[in-house]
Design a protein around this ligand. Structure first.
Ligand code: KIV
Length: 285
């Protein structure tokens, strides 16, 4: 059920929202151990409008680099790109907490650099929180941001911004040493004040152990159904791409449906079946 109406005869961009309160950071933080938290990525206003009634959190992920811009990885994504898409998602949502990824290079140098970038994100988008990748190495930065009014979601395990260090997108936590380090990462992120943490691409027992070990919600992606919530990249779960990671379930085959619709349109244009009389303006009287 939609929480807004859109008058497409006058405007495609300005929905009329039903008055409602957006989920807050403390409400999300307190969802630990309760009903699973529903998260999807969103990058555009129209998708945000459609997802918003179903989700608790909308994540403007830097996966938009690959999904929308055809980049090889998320490394080239800029702060300006995240802010433009983040603002659109905030405009298109009224219920979900909107969290925006801090892109590679915008926070790793120092807590001060991270604060400057996060402040721009919050000021220029209206979003409530940021997400950043990294475990123990980012604890000081997470504490610095949180103490200065920037709510932070952590991201550990398979961290795509570290693809050049990790050497690929394989699941993490297969060796005992890495398994233990990732538990320490989760504890460090939670201890530093993050209000939730994304746990991506780890062996399932590790996702379960991390979920039990920390008192903030874990949002799994390639983790376990026992995480406190789940997130997927929206285009992956809608079937916009042929190849997706193992952890993706395709709930739709949207690329095939778009292909069929566009083929029908192209055929009708070529046979002059479109536009028909219903789609044309006739003189009055
Ligand atoms: O960038 C992104 O979309 C993400 C999610 C996959 C967790 O970080």
């Amino acid at each position: 059920m939609s929480t807004y109406q859109i008058d497409t005869s006058t405007s495609r961009a300005h929905p009329t929202p039903a008055p409602m309160r957006r989920l807050t950071v403390p409400a999300l933080r307190n969802a630990k151990g309760k009903d699973p938290i529903v998260v999807l990525t969103a990058y555009t206003i129209r998708m945000a409008q459609i997802l918003d009634p179903h989700c608790d959190m909308l994540l403007v992920g830097d996966s938009l680099g690959q999904v929308l811009y055809g980049l090889d990885s998320s490394i080239p994504v800029s702060l300006d790109m995240m802010i433009a898409h983040g603002a659109a998602v905030v405009r298109g949502s009224y219920h979900s907490l909107v969290v925006i990824d801090m892109p590679f290079g915008s926070y790793e140098e120092s807590p001060q650099q991270a604060f400057r970038s996060a402040a721009r994100i919050l000021k220029e988008t209206g979003a409530a929180a940021v997400k950043l990748e990294g475990g123990q190495a980012m604890a000081e930065t997470i504490a610095f941001l949180t103490a200065r009014g920037v709510p932070v979601v952590g991201h550990i395990g398979l961290t795509p911004q570290s693809v050049n260090v990790l050497g690929g997108y394989a699941a993490r936590g297969r060796s005992q040493e890495e398994y233990s380090r990732l538990i320490d990462d989760a504890r460090a992120v939670a201890g530093a004040g993050a209000f939730a943490v994304v746990v991506e691409g780890v062996v399932e027992p590790l996702a379960i152990e991390i979920t039990k070990a920390i008192d903030i919600p874990t949002i799994g992606i390639g983790g376990s159904a026992q995480c406190d919530g789940q997130v997927l990249v929206i285009d992956d779960m809608l079937g916009m791409f042929d190849r997706v990671p193992r952890f993706v379930k395709k709930y739709e085959q949207l690329a095939e449906r778009i292909d069929a619709a566009v083929a029908e349109y192209a055929a009708e244009v070529r046979t002059r079946a479109f536009p028909a009389v219903e789609q044309t303006y006739q003189p009055k009287g």
